[in-house]
Ligand binder design. Structure first.
Ligand code: ACO
Length: 327
C-alpha cells in the first residue's frame, strides 16, 4: 500500500472589523500604551464583542454576527477558495476553540451547516494549544485515509474577558485562521509532534460558565516558557532535525516576551519568528494559524521549508509540530 501523507493546500483568515487600541483601553482602566507595549508587545487587537463594539447582546445570537462561528465560517470559506476545494469535498471539519457560541451543541455544527461541508464536524478545546492539537489530530486522520479536512482555529476571547481586570484585559483579541489539509502520496508534512497536558495547573487560567477569565499572569508566563521549550524540543527530536533547520517558528501569540524567551532558549533567531501579536493580541486557538497565514501571504515560506509550531494554553495544555511546507 502506498504511504499516505498530509499537506496544507489552502488557507484563509478572518478578523472582526472593530480595532481596539491600547489608548482605547485607557478609557476602561488605569493603564498606558507604553506599559502594554513594553509588557506584551501588543499595540491593538480586534474585537467582535465587548465595550467597543456597537451592538446589543441581541445582535449576537448563536451563529450570528460577532460570534466564533461567524469568524470561523469566513476564514473557512477563504481557505476552501484558496485550496480550490469545494465544501462538499470536506470529509471532516475540526473547529479548535475555547469560546464556543453555546454550551450545547458544538459550534462546528453551525459552521459545517453555513459552509455546506460534507462528512463530520467536531469542536476541539485545548485552549491556546488548540490549533496545534488540531493539526496533529487532523493530519493523522488524513494519513489514515479520511480525505480532506478543514481545520479552523477561531475565538471570541472578548466574550470571556473581564473588562474590569486591567492585569489581563489588554492581552486578548478575536479572530480566526483556517487551513485545508489534503492527502498526498509519500511521507507528507508532519515530521514530528508533541502533545501534553497538566491538569494540576488548571487554577492558573480558567473561566467558569457565564463569568470572565481569571489568570495568574506571572505563573502562566513561567510555566509557558518551560512547557513550550520542552515540547518544541521533543517535536524537533522526533523529526530528527535541529532548531537551525527551522525556517519559520510559529509560537502561540500570547506575549512577545514569552515568544522571544522561547525562541532564544531554543536557539532560533528573532527574525525567524512569525509574529502578528502587535495588531491581533492573544487570539488563543486562532493565534498560530493567523501568524502562519500572515507569514505565508508575505512570501516567507518556500516548498520544503521546515516550520515549527508551538503552543501552550489553559489546562495547562501544550502542543508542538514540525511541519514541512509544501509537501
Ligand atoms: N497597566 C498598567 N499597570 C498594570 C497593568 C496595566 N494594564 N496591569 C498590571 N499593572 C501593574 C501591576 O499592578 C503591578 O503594579 P505593582 O508593581 O505596583 O503591584 C505592575 O504593573 C507589574 O505587574 P505584573 O503583573 O508583575 O506584570 P508582569 O511583568 O508580570 O506582566 C503580564 C503582566 C503581561 C500579564 C505577564 O505576566 C504575562 O504576559 N503573563 C502571561 C500571560 C499569558 O500569556 N496568558 C495567556 C495564556 S494562553 C491561554 O490559554 C489563554
Amino acid at each position: 500500500m502506498t504511504e499516505l501523507g498530509c499537506a496544507i493546500s489552502g488557507w484563509g483568515a478572518a478578523l472582526p472589523p472593530t480595532v481596539v487600541t491600547n489608548t482605547n483601553l485607557e478609557k476602561l482602566f488605569d493603564t498606558s500604551d507604553q506599559w502594554i507595549v513594553e509588557r506584551s508587545g501588543i499595540r491593538m487587537r480586534r474585537a467582535a464583542t465587548g465595550p467597543f463594539v456597537e451592538a446589543t447582546p441581541l445582535a449576537h445570537p448563536p451563529g450570528g454576527l460577532g460570534t466564533t462561528s461567524a469568524l470561523a465560517v469566513e476564514a473557512g470559506r477563504r481557505a476552501l477558495d484558496s485550496a480550490g476545494a469545494t465544501a462538499d469535498e470536506v470529509a471532516l471539519l475540526v473547529l479548535c476553540t475555547t469560546t464556543p457560541d453555546q454550551a450545547i451543541p458544538a459550534t462546528s455544527a453551525a459552521v459545517a451547516h453555513a459552509l455546506g461541508t460534507g462528512g463530520g464536524a467536531m469542536d476541539l478545546n485545548a485552549a491556546c494549544a488548540g490549533f496545534t492539537y488540531g493539526l496533529v489530530t487532523a493530519a493523522s486522520m488524513v494519513s489514515a485515509g479520511i480525505g480532506k479536512v478543514l481545520l479552523i482555529g477561531a475565538e471570541t476571547m472578548t466574550s470571556v474577558t473581564n473588562w474590569e481586570d486591567r492585569t489581563n484585559a489588554f492581552l486578548f483579541g478575536d479572530g480566526a485562521g483556517a487551513v485545508v489539509l489534503q492527502p498526498v502520496s509519500g511521507p507528507g508534512s508532519l515530521l514530528g509532534w508533541d502533545l501534553g497536558v497538566d491538569g494540576s495547573l488548571v487554577e492558573l487560567l480558567y473561566a467558569d460558565h457565564g463569568s470572565g477569565m481569571v489568570m495568574k499572569g506571572k505563573e502562566v508566563f513561567r510555566q509557558a516558557v518551560r512547557a513550550t521549550v520542552d515540547s518544541a524540543t521533543t517535536a524537533l527530536r522526533q523529526a530528527k532535525v535541529s532548531a537551525d533547520d527551522i525556517t519559520l517558528f510559529v509560537p502561540h501569540q500570547a506575549n512577545q516576551r514569552i515568544m522571544h524567551a522561547v525562541a532564544s532558549r531554543l536557539g532560533i533567531p528573532v527574525e525567524r519568528i512569525a509574529s502578528v501579536i502587535e495588531w491581533t493580541g492573544n487570539t488563543s486557538a486562532a493565534s498560530i494559524p493567523l501568524a502562519l497565514i500572515d507569514a505565508a501571504d508575505a512570501g516567507r515560506l518556500a516548498a520544503g521549508d521546515l516550520v515549527l509550531l508551538a503552543g501552550f494554553g489553559a489546562g495547562m495544555t501544550w502542543a508542538s509540530a514540525v511541519w514541512r511546507w509544501g509537501a
